[in-house]
Design a binder for this molecule. Sequence first.
Ligand code: NAD
Length: 291
Amino acid sequence: MDIKTVGVVGAGQMGNGIAHVFALAGFEVLLNDISQEALDKAMARIEKNLERQVSREKISEAEKAAALSRIRTTTTLSELGTSDLIVESATERETVKQAIFEDLLPHLKPETILTTNTSSISITRLATRTDRPEKFMGFHFMNPVPVMQLVELIRGIATDEATYKTLLKVVEKLGKTAASAEDFPAFIVNRILMPMINEAVYTLYEGVGNVRSIDESLKLGANHPMGPLELADFIGLDTCLAIMNVLHEGLADTKYRPCPLLTKYVEAGWLGRKTQRGFYDYRGETPVPTR
Ligand code: NAD
């Protein structure tokens, strides 16, 4: 199937990036959110990020203008029904995602492919709530979407080969690289990354190192571009905790138990960059370790 129009549901941190890369690659994008304010913020963010690509000479002024002209916004979900492809990227809550697919179904074309950008919810389970589990897949982008090269493609038990092949072509058109993952908790990237971050928090909790020594060690000793605690603050400590809980519950192995210190930071509302405090305090000129 030739995908030309894409409906993106949820215009948050990820949704705006997804709309950005699709529009830049020539797809017509209809971006939806329940909040008009989120849509306005997303459009402002997309324009700013495209402008940054122009100033770095990655794209031309004309490409920026063309991409912007390909994105429309709406708070009416049913308008997305005529899309060839839906990318759901709303809040990470199963009931929210189920309700979105249920509300969309009566308006969809029979051939529309449904995908979700979920980081942790079962693709197979979400697919069963739709009329087309064979045309349903996980389409997992990395943050920030315009910068990161990888996209994980996750097939549910019922996903058919034609849907998978269509999405492989879409990823290629986006200029990104696909990694195929099976539908098990946290897929590939987060299955490996989150236990590493959680272990870094244990290393801090047990006093083996402090915030700075742990981050420096991984940057200089393992050639990681960011330290694990700095990265956790970037992702959001609530998100890290939620994914560790999914691994712990989904795989029933104590090696995935979330570190009590990670839970404590989340209880404090110190969620990382988005709340200005996490393993570092971002309220001043330069980030200062909080432990
Ligand atoms: P976010 O909180 O920044 O944005 C979520 C958006 O969804 C909000 O604007 C909210 O208004 C909107 N929304 C809520 N209910 C809706 C509904 N019924 N219809 C339409 N819009 C609705 O969250 P995010 O970080 O952009 O995450 C979105 C999805 O992407 C989640 O499934 C998350 O797991 C996944 N994801 C996140 C990251 C990350 O690093 N943040 C990385 C990969 C995947």
